[in-house]
Ligand binder design. Structure first.
Ligand code: ASP
Length: 329
């Protein structure tokens, strides 16, 4: 009797397991999406065509890197880091090489990265010798129990974890020096990435030299999780660019996610509400990707360097209203 009972019990436990497919071994969702920005302080519409083309070509290369990683089933965080590293090395953008000058004629760089699958995140502020601040931000996320390192402590951490270090003058370009000495006008030009990977995870990252002629020690929104960067698998991944102080005041990146989760807004409506209703005209813009693979851009400046690709075959870059499939158009 006991034997029959235990046999029956065993069958009850094991049989459903054999009949019901094991979802853990199923293929991951196939959809992926990536959005990139290169700052909201874009060239005017009348700027020489070669200048505009240079930006479009660089954005297209960045998009090719990110789309390649995601298409091959790579991790969203890798796409974010690799695309931002590429843009940090491109002197056209205000991140890494080509970062703006602060009031002392130096460069202080900020970056952050966030993993939407578990809300882990890392950030660095005011670093002066780290060639790729986004990589250091990722190390803060993965190698420490903290979220944000600033100034000297961030530099010491950088030297301990083996990221590439350079002289501060490495970041200087003549173009940025001219902007600083001649006009001293605030210039926006941060870079950022938001992605959905094929495992269904969202991630975002942002990297910047900040605002031209900023007071030394000033930290903007880019390394502040919830202000310049946010990612949560339940809603969206967001990266912002613009007047950092406003983005911090209004917790812009997190607010986009909160609007989706708490008010049921769709991605584009949540982004537009933050840019056009909460912030002031000309404050800047943002990019976002949601858990379904939708991509949203929103900005109140005359343009925003941006790019988008996804698993449906979309692949386009833009500066002003129009997006283009081929940057040579
Ligand atoms: N948000 C950046 C900052 O305030 C600047 C920018 O996006 O261009 O540091």
């Amino acid at each position: 009797m006991i034997r029959i009972a235990s046999l029956l019990w065993l069958m009850m436990v094991l049989l459903p397991g054999c009949l019901v497919p094991d979802h853990r071994t199923e293929d991951p969702p196939q959809r992926w999406a990536i959005a990139i920005h290169g700052g909201a302080g874009a060239l005017s519409k009348g700027a020489p065509e070669e200048e505009q083309r240079a930006y479009r070509e660089s954005l297209q290369s960045a998009l090719t890197i990110g789309a390649g990683i995601l298409q091959n089933g790579g991790e969203g965080l890798d796409a974010v880091e690799q695309v931002i590293r590429f843009l940090e090395d491109d002197p056209l953008f205000n991140a890494g090489l080509g970062a703006v000058f602060n009031s002392q004629g130096k460069h202080e760089l900020d970056a952050s990265i966030m993993d939407g699958s578990d809300l882990s995140c890392g950030a660095v502020a005011g670093v002066r010798t780290v060639r790729h601040p986004i990589t250091l931000a990722r190390k803060v996320m993965t190698d420490t129990r903290h979220v944000l390192f600033a100034g000297e402590g961030a530099e010491t951490f950088a030297s301990q974890c083996g990221v590439e270090l350079v002289e501060n003058s490495f970041f200087s370009t003549n173009r940025r020096r001219e902007q600083w000495t001649q006009r001293r006008k605030p210039k926006k030009g941060t870079v950022g990435v938001a992605v959905l990977d094929r495992q269904g995870h969202l991630a975002a990252g942002t990297s910047t030299g900040g605002m031209t002629d900023k007071r030394w020690g000033r930290v903007g929104d880019s390394p502040i999780i919830g202000a310049g960067t946010y990612a949560d698998d339940r809603a969206c991944a967001v990266s912002c660019t613009g007047t950092g102080e406003e983005y911090i005041r209004h917790a812009v990146a997190h607010s986009v996610a909160a609007r989706m989760m708490l008010a049921g807004q769709d991605l584009q409506s949540a982004c537009d509400a933050m840019i056009h209703e909460v912030l002031q005209p000309d404050d800047g813009g943002l990019i976002a990707v949601d858990a379904a693979g939708n991509i949203a851009f929103s900005y109140s400046t005359q343009g925003m360097y941006r790019a988008a690709a996804d698993s449906s075959g979309r692949f386009e870059v833009g500066i002003h209203e129009q997006m283009m499939g081929d940057p040579g158009d």
